[in-house]
Write a protein that binds this ligand. Structure first.
Ligand code: ADE
Length: 236
């Protein structure tokens, strides 16, 4: 998979080089290219924003640098890619909430580009124009406002990349986790490791019993209780 990101803060993407995603880059499972939007400006101040038409507070990202960087990305799309168009994700609090189901689907894509907006957002014509050249999506990380789309793009990248076969050493660990399609949408049960007693607190007896059926029942009950308490909206 090729992941590209367009941003005015390329340094935000350094953490992608760490941990499992970093190993996936080293092993060639994924490739990451970060583009500085300011490299596609032509004035001395490398201006990427301007005042909004219609008035109001804040600044809007100008369409011209976005047009140039997306032209550049589109011109390098290889026709051998199986995907007819790269997927272009605008990260915005006004987007569709990003969920595990989107990560599952996007993990099968070959080429994903994140467009990270700042200020009050990107001139809407960029999004409209891009639909002719990219499979355009608009996703929000959650119902809160960040200073820009970079943290959202990082979080989404990690959620997607860890689902690519070979990225996580033991693929079974993807099966029972919270929000996995295979976990009936329930939150994951609590987990414990050695020692059996720590600071006076014991690991639940059933987990030491060696009875796989009883362990599975206990885990299911804990998952259902947790989901009912914290996320009743997820219950079937
Ligand atoms: N940019 C600012 N806030 C955001 C959010 N919640 N999700 C995605 N992008 C954003």
């Amino acid at each position: 998979m090729l992941i590209e990101a367009v941003t005015v803060f390329p340094e935000y993407f350094e953490p992608l080089r760490l941990s499992l995603i970093g190993k996936a880059i080293e092993s060639g499972l994924i490739d990451v290219r970060i583009h500085d939007l300011r490299d596609f400006t032509h004035d001395r101040h490398r201006t990427v924003d301007d005042t909004p038409y219609g008035g109001g507070a804040g600044m809007v990202m100008k369409p011209e640098p976005w047009g140039e960087v997306l032209d550049d990305i589109a011109s390098r799309v290889q026709t051998i890619e199986l995907q007819p168009q790269p997927t272009l994700i605008f990260t915005t609090p006004a987007g569709t909430p990003f969920a595990q189901s989107a990560a599952d689907e996007l993990a099968t894509h070959e080429h994903i580009v994140f467009a990270c907006g700042r200020y009050e957002g990107i001139d809407q014509r960029v999004i409209e124009w891009a639909r002719a050249h990219f499979d355009v999506r608009e996703y929000s990380l959650g119902d809160y406002v960040l200073n820009g789309g970079e943290v959202a793009a990082l979080a989404m990248s990690e959620a997607i990349v860890r689902l690519i076969p070979g990225v996580i050493g033991n693929p079974e660990s993807l099966i029972e986790e919270s929000h996995a399609a295979t976990s009936d949408g329930l939150l994951e049960y609590p987990v414990y490791t050695k020692p059996a007693t720590w600071r006076g607190l014991d690991v639940p007896e059933v987990l030491l019993s060696g009875h796989h059926g009883e362990v599975a029942k206990w885990r299911r009950a804990r998952s259902e209780a947790l989901t009912a308490e914290r996320r009743p909206d997820l219950l079937p």
